[in-house]
Design a binder for this molecule. Structure first.
Ligand SMILES: CC(C)(COP(=O)(O)OP(=O)(O)OC[C@H]1O[C@@H](n2cnc3c(N)ncnc32)[C@H](O)[C@@H]1OP(=O)(O)O)[C@@H](O)C(=O)NCCC(=O)NCCS
Length: 230
């Protein structure tokens, strides 16, 4: 009799454990679903950021005061500061955007100990802020930035632009232009002028997810896209 009771209790305990596992598993499933819309690597460092939906931030990224639009992703080792990034941007590994400034004119030294209270080297001699160290950069929608490119502070990158791998961007980048080199220069535009004009007016990146999902194949050819929606 005692053996039967023991057996019964063992089954109850096993059932209880199984139920706990089930709840854990179900909970895990829910959290996984939730985080897939904002995938941020555990080795990334983010401070004062505003993240959209369906975004991804890779390993060792460093973001300070950055707003990121929906469907944008940052690969690994990307550093961005004081920047607004639009939707559907693809930012490759090693990119630096709006990394800050040191004085190159008038000031005797470039070291922030003389003009900043940021204590970059642990100390400062300065009682205030005597130099504008950070700019405000804006990256449009559907921008592709190639590996190891540098975008300087206070730059405006237009919608649909492409910045080639290793480019150093020192001036504003026109919408739908492709820039490469150091300093970055336009090599060509992605589309004809009237196509660019149409895309900038159409602003497909503001469409809802359902519309984008239903019509994704239209995105494979600019001619038919313009014919259909232009
Ligand atoms: C900028 C880029 C998009 C241009 O692509 P493309 O329009 O197909 O251009 P092409 O390959 O036909 O190159 C055109 C010319 O520019 C040169 N060029 C291309 N990319 C360059 C770059 N990043 N830097 C310097 N020169 C470049 C080519 O050598 C070629 O020169 P040529 O006319 O004297 O022969 C592409 O080369 C690039 O840099 N992509 C980024 C790749 C990357 O970083 N991937 C990481 C993960 S997404």
């Amino acid at each position: 009799m005692l053996g039967r009771i023991k057996h019964f209790f063992n089954i109850m305990v096993i059932k209880k454990i199984a139920r706990k596992f089930y709840v854990l598993f179900a909970f895990k499933k829910i959290t996984t679903m939730e985080v897939t819309t904002q995938r941020v690597s555990s080795s990334a460092s983010l401070s004062d950021c505003n993240l959209g939906q369906n975004i991804s931030i890779g390993d060792r990224c460093y973001l300070y005061k950055v707003a990121i639009g929906d469907f944008t992703y940052l690969s690994k080792d990307v550093t961005v500061m004081n920047t607004i990034i639009g939707k559907f941007c693809s930012i490759a590994q090693g990119v630096l955007i709006s990394g800050g400034n040191h004085p190159s004119k008038t000031f005797v030294s470039t070291s922030p100990v003389f003009f900043s209270q940021g204590k970059q080297c642990g100390v400062t001699f300065s009682d205030g802020k005597y130099f504008r160290e950070m700019g405000n950069t804006k990256i449009g929608n559907d921008v592709w930035i190639g590996a190891n490119a540098v975008v300087k502070d206070d730059i405006n990158v237009g919608d649909g632009a492409i910045i080639g791998a290793g480019a150093i961007v020192t001036k504003d980048v026109a919408p739908y232009s492709i820039v490469i080199g150091n300093p970055a220069k336009v090599i060509r535009y992605r589309f004809e002028l009237e196509e660019i004009d149409f895309l900038l007016r159409f602003r497909w990146w503001e469409k809802g997810e359902e519309w984008l999902k239903a019509n994704y194949k239209d995105f494979h050819n600019i001619d038919s896209f313009k014919k259909k929606y232009g």
